[in-house]
Design a protein. Structure first.
Length: 147
């Protein structure tokens, strides 16, 4: 009877998936991804330009929630760009993350307003999301510039 040698055993599916994930993470951003990134950047610049020229009026009911929603959206975008560069971007996850971050941040601000501590909770949200944004920015800097 032969002894079983674990070193010579067939690698499991998990090992194969890990190797595929490592290869994908080291792969450069493809042309299709680059085209999407350029389209998103153009849409962002166009939106900022239209918003600056049009000067929309924000209703007073929505005004406390808008800055927090913008910060939550920026967090989701930075996370999406990081995932894209790491080769693990999934559009469904990005959209869910984007919407969920904005809704949870707005819910926390609303709850703070109801409890009379809206300013403190808004500050807490900005701090937490700011930490996440700078963490993602650091990862992007390392990925893009190797520094």
């Amino acid at each position: 009877m032969t002894k079983h040698d674990p070193a010579k055993s067939v690698p499991s599916q998990i090992d194969a998936d890990a190797v595929d994930a490592e290869a994908t993470a080291d792969a450069p951003v493809t042309t299709a991804h680059g085209a999407y990134a350029i389209a998103a950047l153009v849409a962002l610049v166009a939106g900022v330009a239209i918003g600056t020229v049009a000067g929309p009026q924000v209703p007073a009911v929505v005004a406390p929630y808008l800055p927090i929603a913008v910060v939550a959206a920026i967090d989701a975008v930075f996370g999406g760009v990081r995932a894209l560069l790491d080769g693990i971007f999934d559009a469904k996850v990005f959209v869910v993350s984007f919407v969920f971050n904005v809704l949870v941040a707005a819910l926390i601000v609303w709850l703070g307003d109801q409890l009379g501590v809206g300013t403190q909770l808004s500050t807490a949200i900005v701090v937490v999301l700011g930490i996440r944004i700078f963490g993602n920015a650091t990862a992007l800097r390392r990925r893009l510039f190797g520094a």
